[in-house]
Design a protein around this ligand. Structure first.
Ligand code: PHE
Length: 339
């Protein structure tokens, strides 16, 4: 039996030496050490041995097993090293090959405009406030003094999520949210997305961007509104720019106005951009309606304020002479890379 064991060891080690892959070595392991392997077979016969012989043979058998296992492990390591070496010599890295160019992204023109506007107004002392795009009917309409039958509440104009929840149609609800949270003096702007149930065309998309402004303090007048907007228009369109107010109606301001600026392209003479009039529409604005102040627990006998709201997409289109708003949202890099 002793000889048989030695023989197994010699054969196994020879077999192991002849293997070249991990699969081959696995086969050898099963052949000698597996459940039906040769070493196992011999060990089964140990029951027949005398009690003096058994520990002697047992020790030898263990030795043989250890030797086979060790030689398997060292063969596996060798095979792995050889595989690695052959990969290293076959897969050559050519350090002179040109690298992959990383293209740098840039800001979307709407984001650039938003950043410009934020820059102008923060210089004038405004802080940036934010509000949710999914908004309640209360903040978007009721608190802003919109009559229950105001046409903009209609399902055909506004996206309803349920009876009391909509996608905001304007950034004006941020006025209310701000006045609820902060006591005057208040001086905020709020840029963001708005949504209206419009069929897309050259001047409409169901999602667009506005920038809201709100100032509330003691003794704020229409003169402050005019002065603020004039400074803004000069920053945005150039120092020669003039503005004018046209009477208008908004539920949440009284009096209300639409504000025009002299066309920055023809400086007021009349051109294709301003359709010959010399003026371009800038934004909506007005003095905060006393009802809105009251809805926010601000006493209109003590405080007054002004608000304005502008379409960022429209302003950006004018600035760059873009004639179709849909271009902003098609993600065509040939268009976007121009700005
Ligand atoms: N929210 C108005 C609109 O979307 C604009 C506006 C804002 C008008 C603030 C007056 C004051 O048309």
């Amino acid at each position: 039996m002793q000889e048989e064991l030695k023989n197994i060891e010699i054969c196994a080690i020879a077999d192991i030496k002849n293997t070249n892959t991990s699969e081959e070595i696995d086969k050898v392991r099963v052949k000698y050490l597996g459940k039906k392997g040769e070493l196992t077979k011999v060990l089964r016969g140990m029951g027949k041995l005398s009690s003096e012989q058994r520990p002697v043979i047992g020790k030898i058998a263990n030795n043989v097993r250890e030797n086979i296992e060790q030689s398997i492990v060292s063969r596996i390591n060798k095979i792995k090293q050889e595989e690695l070496n052959s990969r290293l010599s076959s897969e050559v890295i050519d350090v002179t090959m040109p690298g992959q160019k990383i293209t740098l992204g840039k800001k979307h023109p709407i984001t650039q405009s938003m950043d410009d506007l934020i820059g102008i107004f923060t210089k004038m002392g405004f802080k940036v406030a934010e509000g949710p795009e999914v908004e309640s009917v209360y903040y978007n309409f009721d608190a802003l003094n919109a009559a229950k039958n105001h046409p903009s509440r209609d399902m055909s104009d506004t996206f309803y999520i349920d009876e009391n929840t909509i996608l905001r149609t304007q950034t004006s609800p941020v006025q209310v949210r701000t006045m609820e949270k902060t006591k005057p003096p208040i001086r905020i702007i709020s840029p963001g997305r708005c949504f209206r149930n419009d069929t897309p065309d050259a001047t409409h998309t169901p999602m667009f961007h506005q920038l809201e402004g709100l100032v509330v303090d003691k003794g704020i007048t229409l003169g402050d509104l005019k002065g603020t907007l004039e400074v803004f228009a000069k920053y945005f369109f150039g120092s020669q720019t003039k503005i004018k107010f046209r009477p208008h109606y908004f539920p949440f301001t009284e009096p209300s106005a639409e504000v025009d600026a002299t066309c920055f392209k023809c400086t007021g003479k009349g051109c294709s951009l301003c359709k010959g009039s010399g003026w371009i529409e800038l934004l909506g604005a007005g003095m905060v309606h006393p009802n809105v102040l009251r809805n926010c627990n601000i006493d209109p006998e003590i405080y007054s304020g002004f608000a304005f709201g502008m379409g960022i997409d429209r302003l950006t289109m004018m600035k760059y002479g873009i004639d179709d708003i849909r271009l902003f949202f098609e993600n065509d890099m040939r268009f976007l890379n121009q700005f």
